[in-house]
Design a protein around this ligand. Structure first.
Ligand SMILES: Cc1cc2nc3c(=O)[nH]c(=O)nc-3n(C[C@H](O)[C@H](O)[C@H](O)COP(=O)(O)OP(=O)(O)OC[C@H]3O[C@@H](n4cnc5c(N)ncnc54)[C@H](O)[C@@H]3O)c2cc1C
Length: 463
């Protein structure tokens, strides 16, 4: 590490104050991420409070070519927030203020470091809802959600993070502030610069503030768990419920039997509401406007589906506690962690018609290559998003398992990342989903916006 870069620390401290920069021993208690178990590596952890402070720090870093890794809640699952001992980690943790909440225009202006759950809670106070929702809601930040264009469990009805952001403010590598803090839905005034930062994984700018779009909160939520005898019936049920209650389907999650069995078995705190005897389990949320009528209609739909053999069994949650219990079966990863000392996580998307064969061929190839491996499948299947948790067996050959999962997606026109991003972990496979011309255009964009390659260098692709 050059002494020049060490000499940056005092001027940075002059900008952000003593509490705004942690170095050396002060970093000892800081973790490198939610599941990493390792200590954060950094030349310094910088914690600015305002866009102006971020801009001033970036100007200094730009002048000497200092690498900067933007960080939010560090819950990312693609390694995008990973840093080395010579990086400055720019944390949004002190930009954590809700600036305004406007219930009439259904917008909220927030700092990039505001936690997703905090946004949910504030919107709920006014009978509103922020549509992005995901398992890491208690730790992930709005800036991280923007940088990864996060997805989650409500994409089917409301779209990804891209759809939830009306405006944002970002600081470029050279310290330039780009403020697009619009709060209107329609704005056709040239290139949509705000979208440049959504999904850019901290490589094009540091997001500092955002205008979020809110929706009316549902008057009632009905949650059903269904045991389904075949993949064809999973696909039929998606249309059946969506057509019978138009616009009400807000989550359509599918768990393959191995995930359901593990998460309701002896390693889990949740007992199985339905016998683990069918190959698929659907977990479904319906947002309805009339509790009595909506529930009666849903009960009638379930009865018909049962009589026609579309489902083998079904249960409707009778209370908030039961709803939470059903969702725990989908979202809880403790049973995996209790059973296996290592899990590789995957997040892909592909057409629903191809999904059953794809999962079975990955499972077969995995067991042929590694007899002691295990695969759990689940995902936001309503929007074609499949997750695998794979125990790789004693061989622990990450590259070989990655190939088994990613290679077949090329022929299926699937994506190696549905929602978690590319980061470091999927860099080698970007070309399986994006063409050479697309990747070159991304590189040109990066070179134009960050000529010194100081913002999250080495993430997404190499320059
Ligand atoms: C249990 C669990 C469940 C999850 N479920 C989902 C899910 O359903 N859907 C989904 O999409 N993701 C999911 N994730 C992944 C993760 O929560 C999301 O990617 C989230 O958006 C990351 O936010 P963060 O604040 O933790 O970002 P970080 O992990 O800190 O960073 C992620 C990336 O964004 C960049 N970044 C962070 N803040 C900024 C900023 N202010 N400006 C510019 N760049 C920035 C980082 O450099 C990095 O590249 C899950 C994670 C866990 C642990």
């Amino acid at each position: 590490m050059s002494s020049t870069n060490h000499q940056l620390l005092s001027p940075i401290e002059a900008i952000v104050g003593e509490a705004g920069i942690l170095t050396g021993k002060a970093l000892a208690g800081r973790s490198a991420g939610i599941w990493s178990g390792r200590q954060l590596k950094a030349l310094a952890l910088v914690r600015p409070r305002t866009t102006a402070e971020v801009s001033a720090v970036m100007k200094l870093c730009h002048a000497v070519g200092q690498a900067v890794v933007p960080a939010g809640g560090m819950t990312g699952l693609a390694g995008g927030h990973k840093s080395t001992a010579s990086d400055i980690v720019m944390s949004s943790e002190r930009m954590n203020r809700i600036e305004t909440m406007d219930a009439r225009s259904r917008t909220m202006v927030v700092g990039a470091g505001v936690i997703l759950q905090t946004v949910h809670d504030r919107a709920a106070e006014d009978g509103l809802m922020f549509a992005l929702d995901l398992g890491a809601r208690a730790s992930c930040t709005i800036g991280g959600n923007i940088a990864t264009n996060a997805g989650g469990v409500r994409v089917l009805r409301y779209g990804m993070m891209r759809e939830q952001v009306l405006g944002l403010e970002a600081v470029l590598a050279d310290g330039t502030v780009v403020s697009s803090m619009f709060d209107v839905l329609k704005n056709n005034t040239g290139y949509d610069l705000r979208q440049m930062f959504l999904g850019s994984e901290g490589t094009l700018g540091i997001v500092t503030r955002a205008v979020l779009r809110l929706h009316e909160a549902p008057l009632a939520i009905e949650t059903a768990l269904l045991a389904v005898p075949s993949w064809d019936k999973v696909m039929e049920l998606l249309r059946y419920f969506d057509a019978a209650l138009p616009g009400a389907l807000a989550a359509f999650e599918v768990m393959w039997r191995d995930h359901y069995e593990l998460n309701t078995g002896p390693h889990s705190a949740v007992d199985a509401p339905l016998e683990p005897s069918t190959p698929y389990y659907i977990l479904m949320d319906m947002f309805i406007s009339d509790h009595e009528q909506g529930r009666a209609k849903l009960e009638a739909l379930l009865t018909t589906a049962l009589e026609q053999g579309e489902i083998a069994d079904g249960a409707l949650a009778n209370s908030e506690t039961e709803r939470a219990r059903f969702w725990q079966i989908r979202e809880n990863f403790e049973p995996e962690q209790n059973c296996y000392d290592l899990i590789y996580g995957y997040d892909v998307s592909l057409p629903l018609e191809a999904m059953e064969d794809y999962v079975e061929s990955v499972r077969t190839n995995l067991s042929q290559g590694f007899s002691d491996a295990a695969l759990m499948a689940y995902g936001h299947i309503g929007d074609g998003n499949l997750h695998f948790s794979i125990y790789p067996g004693a061989a622990r050959d990450r590259e070989a398992v990655d190939e088994l999962v990613y290679y077949p997606l090329q022929a299926l026109r699937g994506s190696v990342s549905a929602e978690h991003g590319i980061g470091l972990e999927k860099k080698a496979y970007l070309g399986y989903t994006r063409s050479a011309a697309e990747i070159e255009l991304m590189r040109k964009t990066k070179r134009m916006m960050d000529p010194g390659n100081i913002l999250n260098p080495g993430k997404l692709f190499d320059i």
